[in-house]
Design a protein around this ligand. Structure first.
Ligand code: BG6
Length: 288
């Protein structure tokens, strides 16, 4: 399989496939502008580091589990076709099925010196294409096509874990004018007018579109810019102390080193896709 992937989709020193120590298939990208990696399992982006940076933009837990059928704690898990618990069947996995599934390699190419890889998966009514573009910026685009004869709804969150030097010295800007659902109290909250800072467990779904979200990690002196496309919900999550201790695949202190800012279409802003129509939701990550 690895030989066939390298023969059919490898791009010399820019993109090579191998077996990760866990046995999962990993694609590793190395361009003039960045290094990055992704698993076919879950179409999971595991790392992205522009060459201007000494530390990855994405966080990966030291306790992450890399196994068929299990989600990976870090990088960019994809939540689809539902977010959180399944609406009616508690035996179904949290955040949907596709982060647990093996995806296929569809195509790979160099475009404007970025490595662009497309992965594909068919699940239920859905034909999915996941396009990852790794260059001086990273753009991630998720496209769902409804192959059924009637309109279908679905939820999507691109559950991105950002690496921070210190979450308690981090500020998230861009969402301050939006109302949100506090997932911890299940309460609808008015816009705060203030940037988000972390000093306790934070689990919020913001409703509305924004042009840009800035993650300012003051301790590291790094600003990361997230530019969503066709997204009208954003999730901001930090598990803080007690939840970190409860999560088996996450270190007790790792809440200090990450936060999730997720480009999403969930809850009242979920996707509603007509028969044989498609929708693409995307985001770009950059730093300066
Ligand atoms: C976030 C949710 O997006 O994902 C949280 O808002 C959840 O409620 C978190 O705890 C992690 O989910 P999971 O299934 O990967 O542990």
């Amino acid at each position: 399989m690895i030989d066939a992937l390298n023969r059919d989709h490898g791009l010399g020193s820019n993109l090579a496939f191998s077996r990760h120590a866990s046995g999962l298939v990993i694609g590793e990208v190395d361009t003039v502008a960045c290094r990055a990696s992704f698993f076919l399992h879950g179409a999971h982006v595991a790392s992205y580091k522009p060459k201007t940076e000494s530390i990855d933009l994405l966080f990966m837990s030291a306790e992450a589990v890399f196994e068929d059928g299990k989600p990976i704690r870090g990088g960019i898990p994809i939540c689809f076709p539902w977010f959180g618990a399944h609406a009616s069947d508690p035996s179904m996995p949290a955040h949907g099925l596709v982060r647990l599934a093996p995806w296929d390699l569809v195509s790979s190419e160099i475009q404007d010196s970025a490595v662009v890889v497309r992965l594909g998966l068919t699940t239920g009514h859905w034909q999915l294409i996941y396009e990852m573009s790794f260059g001086a910026k990273m753009r991630i685009a998720f496209t769902a096509t409804n192959q059924s004869t009637s309109a279908q709804t679905c939820e999507l969150a691109l559950h991105t874990y950002f690496d921070l030097q210190d979450s308690s010295q981090t500020e998230i800007r861009g969402l301050e004018q939006l109302a949100y659902l506090d997932q911890l109290t299940k309460t609808e909250m008015q816009a705060t007018g203030k940037p988000i800072e972390f000093d306790q467990e934070t689990d919020r779904i913001y409703f509305g579109s924004v042009n840009q979200i800035v993650i300012e990690d003051r301790a590291r002196g790094r600003r990361v810019y997230v530019t969503p496309e066709n997204s009208s919900s954003s999730v901001v999550w930090n598990p803080w102390i007690a939840k970190s201790q409860r999560m088996a695949d996450f270190g007790d202190d790792e809440y200090q080193r990450m936060c999730c800012v997720e480009t999403a279409r969930i809850g009242r802003n979920k996707l509603d896709i007509g028969s044989h129509d498609s929708e693409t939701v995307a985001f770009t990550v950059a730093t300066d």
